[in-house]
Design a protein around this ligand. Structure first.
Ligand code: NAD
Ligand code: TYD
Length: 374
């Protein structure tokens, strides 16, 4: 394992107002307060500035409301800011939306990534840009397809077999990133991670949706029999892994990032229900703040679990073999699921305003007013 120099970077973070991007920006600015960070985000329904707004007064930080499909904007930003490192999170990320409206996934995940690659090539390789550069692409374990119950976990060598329009679009973007390295010499790294959870996750994904539905006394929809398995990764662990890749990752290499933490959906949902029941039992003020929530009225949260029609093409199991990241980067997750899930529930209880406003779009309306034409 070779430690490389952590030169002061000028980062462009795409999708930095989304779930993982927000956590990464916060992590990065906490550990590198003097670093230049430019966030580019289109503020789709999934993006909002609540998590990164505290940094707006920091002179090293800049937020740009824009789209990765805008090649002119990309080139201007890369040149004007002398960006040497791109961390590319921006994507449409929700499988259920991809099933119903796949077009946006092709536009952002495939064409948007290609537009970003072209801009990086143009500025970094086709001009007189002198500094070394890095394009880090964030991908997903879903590109590897679905595992059977006894199959070994996905490694970096597992052949691609994407099953949904989301994973197919992510796979296409991964291939483009690889091709820009192989053909043009763009200095890329990639990471494929498992399901993230933690603060600032939009409540359309299983864990925050379950928590919000308990607090709002809505059914918790469990697809099929709830037996599908995901390997859950606390978002802060993911951010640490990305940092390690930026510092020590080899150009052209792929790193799988997982949580060593496989759970059946039904077990996750029941676990969240039990922890929330317990929180309400111990803190009576929660019953006043969330009067509709069953545990505040002496009813178990589990009563909200409702088995619904399965997602079409629902992948049975994802699991990551993090061996390469451990060997080559010294990465291993530090958050256990026991602590990570409690931290996530507590964060949601403490940040009611955040989830209400992102869900009803008020935060975005406010942002539109503040950042129009910025
Ligand atoms: P998210 O949906 O929460 O956030 C995506 C962000 O990208 C939003 O802020 C959105 O406004 C922005 N965006 C969307 N289209 C854009 C465009 N055309 N131009 C500029 N910005 C745009 O997603 P996330 O969960 O934070 O995921 C981030 C990345 O990690 C994605 O590439 C996703 O595929 C990957 N990933 C996520 C998970 C997970 O569990 N969340 C797991 C594996 C991989
Ligand atoms: P999700 O959080 O959408 O992530 P992904 O599809 O990328 O893995 O879903 C996680 C698992 O939870 C997946 O197997 C689908 C299931 N699920 C439900 O059972 N009910 C729900 O309401 C949602 C959103 C997901």
């Amino acid at each position: 394992m070779t430690m490389k120099k952590d030169f002061s970077k000028k980062l462009l973070i795409t999708g930095g107002a989304g779930f993982i991007g927000t956590n990464f920006v916060r992590h990065r600015l906490t550990h590198h307060p003097d670093e230049r960070i430019v966030v580019l985000d289109a503020l789709t329904y999934a993006g909002n500035l609540a998590g990164i707004e505290p940094f707006f007064s920091n002179n090293n930080f800049r937020f740009v409301h824009g789209n990765i499909l805008d090649d002119t904007l990309l080139m201007v930003l890369l040149r004007e800011e002398q960006i040497d490192t791109i961390v590319h999170f921006a994507a449409e990320s929700h499988v259920d939306r991809a099933i119903h409206e796949p077009d946006a996934f092709i536009e952002t995940n495939v064409i948007g990534t290609h537009t970003l690659l072209k801009a990086a090539k143009s500025v970094w390789l086709d001009s007189d840009f002198k500094a070394s550069h890095r394009f880090h692409h964030i991908s997903t374990d879903e590109v590897y397809g679905s595992l059977g119950p006894t199959d070994p976990p996905f490694s970096e060598k597992t052949p691609y077999a994407p099953n949904s329009p989301y994973s197919a679009a992510k796979a296409a973007s991964d291939h483009l990133v690889r091709a820009y390295c192989h053909t043009y010499g763009l200095q890329v790294t990639m990471s494929n991670c498992s399901n993230n959870y933690g603060p600032y996750q939009f409540p359309e994904k299983l864990i925050p949706l379950t928590i919000v539905n308990i607090l709002e006394n809505r059914e918790i929809p469990v697809y099929g029999e709830g037996l599908n398995i995901r390997d859950w990764l606390y978002v802060e662990d993911h951010c640490r892994a990305i940092e390690l890749i930026l510092n020590m990752g080899e150009v052209g290499e792929v790193y799988n990032i997982g949580g060593n933490n496989e759970w059946r959906n039904i077990d996750i949902v029941k676990r969240i229900c039990r922890i929330t029941d317990d929180k309400f039992r111990k803190d009576k003020s929660l019953s006043f703040r969330f009067p509709d929530a069953p545990p505040g009225r002496g009813i178990k949260a589990e009563s909200l679990i409702t088995f619904v029609k399965d997602r079409p093409g629902h992948d049975a199991r994802y699991a990551i073999d993090p061996g390469k990241s451990k060997r080559e980067l010294g990465y291993s997750p530090v958050e256990s699921f026991d602590t990570g899930i409690v931290r996530t529930i507590e964060w949601m209880l403490d940040n009611e305003l955040w989830w209400r406003s992102v869900m009803d779009g008020t935060y975005r309306k406010w942002i539109d007013l503040q950042y129009k034409n910025r």
